[in-house]
Design a protein around this ligand. Structure first.
Ligand code: IPM
Ligand code: MG
Length: 372
């Protein structure tokens, strides 16, 4: 298959982790005889520095022409304590989601068997967790009308949804549930918010078309607690934009590191793949950023094009890296010298030599004679 992939490394650790995902995709292309071409574009703080625009038109054009986009991370602390900044890096990410019509954001939350002890939660509580969060991505309070009074003392952000916006992602979430455990939980605040009441009404109507899927409804405050107390009860979680942002980041506590959570953002024409983590600027250029979320986002990219074997090869590589503790310091207590690049090298090597035990790799690259 020929794929033309736009790379938007963005800010902070974005470029380092994305470089590992690109390396892994190149290994897949070689191993499975595909032709992947990569073109890089500017976004976020990096784009503001060069063009004064967090999302230059050139980047939009590049992404629209591409078959898929691989996105790194966005944000820079220099903007964080300046609420008066008119231009912010995040506008680049929100802008590209809107421009490409990426209304469905899919975030898998998997408690990996080999690193259950990395979570701050109890193992028995999180074991076997496997959740797919369907987060609506181009509506709600993120994109509603904003207001700031002239005297600067009153502000508002409108959370608006229409039926169509709810329907299109709801059907996808139900279909996903059908291919999993047939369970869907709508998370909302329908005891208070009009927009949530609309979500509930629409989802109740659509549920009739999927009689084999068991649907339940949960308020966001309760869901935030249930996700930690009993995450195994969830299969597919469907929710609006901001609730999905918050819940998915909370869910990373189950997995053990936010550096492991990948996502796919899809629309009718385009698709983008990105880790759920931010730019983590403090960790940039130190070789300590976990590239796995980006690498797993690349696997989701391959899934999107039906390249199942290829995507699974990447996932096996990730599993193996977790098993052998070939991981960055956010997860490792065993070795202290494993960099972002080494994790990428290991998974690349696994893709080319899946049948080997990788013992050679670990010995050579970790510079130790017996480590297992
Ligand atoms: C995410 C991020 C973004 C969001 C930010 C960087 C705008 O937190 O993708 O989860 O809020 O959607
Ligand atoms: Mg977020």
């Amino acid at each position: 298959m020929k794929l033309n992939i736009a790379i938007l490394p963005g800010d902070g650790i974005g470029p380092e982790v994305t470089a590992q995902a690109v390396k892994v995709l190149k290994a897949i292309a070689m191993e499975f005889n595909h032709i992947f071409t990569f073109t890089t574009g500017l976004v976020g703080s990096a784009a503001i520095d060069k063009t004064e625009n967090p999302l230059p038109q050139e980047t939009i054009d590049l992404c629209k022409k591409a078959d898929a986009v691989l996105f790194g991370a966005i944000g820079d602390p220099k903007y964080d304590n300046n609420p008066d900044a008119k231009i912010r890096p995040e506008q680049g990410l929100l802008g590209i989601r809107k421009e490409l019509g990426l209304y469905t954001n899919i975030r898998p939350v998997i408690a990996y068997e080999d690193i259950l002890n990395k979570s701050s939660l109890k193992i028995k509580q999180i074991k076997d967790t496997n959740i797919l969060i369907y987060r609506e991505l181009t509506g709600g309070i993120y994109f509603g009308e904003r207001f700031l009074s002239e005297d600067g003392n009153t502000a508002s952000d409108v959370c608006e949804y229409n039926r169509l916006e709810i329907e299109r992602i709801t059907h996808l979430a139900f279909k996903a549930a059908q291919s999993r455990k047939n369970k869907l939980t709508l998370v909302d605040k329908a005891n208070v918010l009009e927009s949530s009441k609309l979500w509930r009404r629409v989802v109740q109507e659509i549920a009739l078309q999927y009689p084999n899927v068991k649907v339940n409804y949960m308020y966001i405050d309760n869901a935030a607690m249930e996700l930690i107390i009993n995450p195994r009860q969830f299969d597919v979680i469907l929710t609006e934009n901001m609730f999905g942002d918050i819940l998915s980041e909370e869910a990373s506590v189950i997995v053990g590191s936010i550096g492991l959570l990948a996502s796919a953002s899809t629309g009718d024409k385009h698709a983008m793949f990105e880790p759920i983590h931010g730019a983590f600027t403090k960790a940039a250029n130190k070789g300590i950023a976990n590239p796995i979320a980006s690498i797993l986002s690349a696997a989701m990219l391959l899934d999107h094009f039906g390249l199942d074997e290829e995507a699974n090869r990447i996932r096996e590589g990730v599993d193996k890296s977790l098993k052998l503790h070939i991981t960055t310091p956010d997860l490792n207590t065993k070795y202290d010298n494993i960099s972002t690049t080494k994790v990428g090298d290991f998974i690349e090597d696994f893709i080319n030599n899946p049948d080997e035990t990788n013992l050679n790799f670990t010995n050579i690259h970790l510079g130790q004679s017996t480590i297992i």
